[in-house]
Design a binder for this molecule. Structure first.
Ligand code: GRG
Length: 299
């Protein structure tokens, strides 16, 4: 079975490129904003697999375009993802002390600054994308990608899923609610990364749709594995606490179906994801390999 180190090795070159780009974007602009920029840089620089950015870049590459034209969008999706983690860890949400192997943002900077740093990352993401679209010759392609990400981050995506997740805490779980939560809270942003990458490159519609299906199923598998790791994972390897979902009586796959069936469903969604990818003529071994590693990841 592949280990977490295989995923790391596989994505290392992209991860380093994205890491340095992200931190280069985040610089204080004057003497008054250094505290909030430090809090933003803390969580962005704490690490993370950078999967959403890598997915966006790879879909963009597979539509024949250079990375340079996608970097502001790849960075933006990581800023949005990092903001969601900062807010998800707040006492009003999951109340977690550990994230990406480090104390969470509110533990270091206080709750008020963590809320502001999260909000600022979300806005900064849109600032980056809009500035880039304004400079693009094919503004239609840029606007399509922007709309895809905006929708996936908001009430029709991640935030809508998170709201249902919170409302479902402590209540009996049903299949429809659980699938709504996973589709919106997690899969929407992963799907958006792939679709936006293809749209930015003005890729053909069949590729956009193949990436949409691939991203949806990969995102579902990803969240199911996340649910499983909360039960079976090692906190030191994960870089975050385990047992959180159980303590909060969250709607998860293991809670509804048990661990064995959850593993089977993660496998099913991975296979569906790969089948969607296979429909595109340029079968992509990088995304195939990442998908397989994610199924067996330990963090
Ligand atoms: C606005 C107060 C307020 C809160 C918003 C947006 C939100 C809270 C929560 C988003 C939902 C969320 C955090 C979903 C979890 C998705 C998930 C599995 C995250 C972990 O992703 P990885 O493993 O993380 O890719 P790394 O650290 O590798 O980037």
């Amino acid at each position: 079975m592949p280990s977490q180190f295989d995923l790391k090795a596989l994505t290392d070159a992209d991860k380093r490129k994205i890491d340095s780009y992200l931190l280069a974007c985040l610089k204080p602009s004057g003497r008054f904003d250094s505290a909030i920029v430090e809090a933003m840089r803390y969580s962005v620089g704490a690490g993370g697999k950078r999967l959403r950015a890598i997915m966006l870049l790879q879909a963009h590459r597979n539509c024949g375009a250079d990375d340079a034209a996608a970097m502001p969008f790849a960075a933006a999706i990581e800023f949005i993802h990092t903001y969601s983690l900062i807010h998800d860890d707040l006492p009003a949400m999951d109340d977690d002390d550990l994230r990406r192997g480090k104390p969470t943002n509110h533990v270091v900077y206080g709750e008020a600054m963590a809320i502001l740093a999260g909000d600022a990352l979300l806005n900064f993401a849109f600032e980056q994308m809009i500035a880039h679209v304004a400079a693009m010759s094919d503004k239609g392609a840029g606007l399509s990608a922007l709309q895809t990400i905006a929708r996936a981050a908001g009430v029709n995506g991640m935030l809508g899923g998170q709201a249902v997740d919170i409302a479902a805490e402590g209540k009996p779980i049903d299949e429809d609610t659980l699938n709504y939560i996973h589709t919106h809270k997690t899969a929407a942003l992963i799907e958006a990364a792939l679709v936006a990458g293809a749209q930015l490159a003005a890729g053909p519609q069949r590729k956009v749709e193949a990436y949409r299906a691939f991203g949806h199923h990969l995102g579902m598998a990803f969240q199911i594995v996340d649910d499983i790791l909360d039960v079976e994972g090692d906190s030191a390897v994960l870089g975050k606490a385990t047992g959180v979902d159980g303590a909060h009586h969250k709607a998860t796959y293991p809670a509804l179906y048990g661990l064995l069936e959850s593993h089977k469903r993660a496998q099913y969604h991975t296979e569906e994801a790969l089948a969607a990818l296979d429909k595109i003529a340029d079968r992509d071994s990088y995304l195939h390999a990442i998908s397989r590693h994610l199924l067996h990841r330990a963090n």
